[in-house]
Design a protein around this ligand. Structure first.
Ligand code: GRF
Length: 197
């Protein structure tokens, strides 16, 4: 049984997709053992608690400096003894020591087709604003392994989504989430849980 720790910062719709897939049996051999957020008020924590999953916040505001926060975050992850760490809308730059310790066992969902519209500053709505201002006709989402760069690790899955003429960033974000993120993130977790990668 793959022990999965999910790191979140916001609404948790990607977390919800993974929890629903576990409950529906489209993810097998995996169990979410802890959800961690840097944001005490993240609705994602409520979603986890609603499913009886251990939900913990580790907030930078509670630590004197970045180093102390990084150590607390790593301790919180280690305590869950995860086999896989899933970054689902997690807006914290992971400490290098954590990336090294869990190399090859951390995955991230990015709301664009890497290598397009990714890297520093490309997160949340900003991604979709850039997609619309560039005028591309196809966008999508990517699940990739996390390395010490930003959105630079090996790509696992991608799914394309059409950009429509009257799209706003919010409408496009929702379509990318519904048609791509919520599909490929559970798929990637299931592949890893069943040795298909
Ligand atoms: C969204 O912008 C999503 O595209 C990206 O992270 C943000 C929050 O997603 N992956 P979630 O609803 O918290 O999963």
């Amino acid at each position: 049984m793959l022990r999965v720790c999910v790191c979140v910062s916001g609404g948790g719709t990607n977390l919800q997709a993974v929890m629903d897939a576990v409950d529906a049996g489209t993810i097998t051999n995996a169990q979410i053992v802890r959800v961690i957020s840097n944001n005490k008020g993240a609705f994602a924590l409520e979603r986890a608690r609603g499913r009886g999953i251990d939900a913990v916040s580790v907030s930078p505001k509670d630590y004197g400096d970045r180093e102390q926060f990084n150590e607390a975050l790593l301790r919180c992850v280690d305590d869950a003894e995860p086999d896989l760490i899933v970054l689902a809308g997690f807006l914290v730059v992971l400490p290098p020591m954590m990336i090294r310790k869990y190399e090859g066992r951390i995955i991230n969902i990015h709301p664009a087709l890497i290598p397009s519209f990714c890297g520093k500053g490309y997160y949340g709505l900003k991604v979709h604003e850039a997609v619309l201002s560039r005028g591309v006709k196809i966008t999508g989402a990517t699940v990739h392994f996390v390395d010490e760069g930003t959105d630079t690790g090996p790509i696992i899955l991608q799914k394309a989504v059409e950009v429509l003429p009257d799209d706003t960033p919010e409408v496009l974000q929702r379509r990318v989430m519904e048609q791509a993120e919520w599909v490929i993130l559970p798929q990637a977790v299931n592949m890893i849980a069943n040795g298909l990668l």
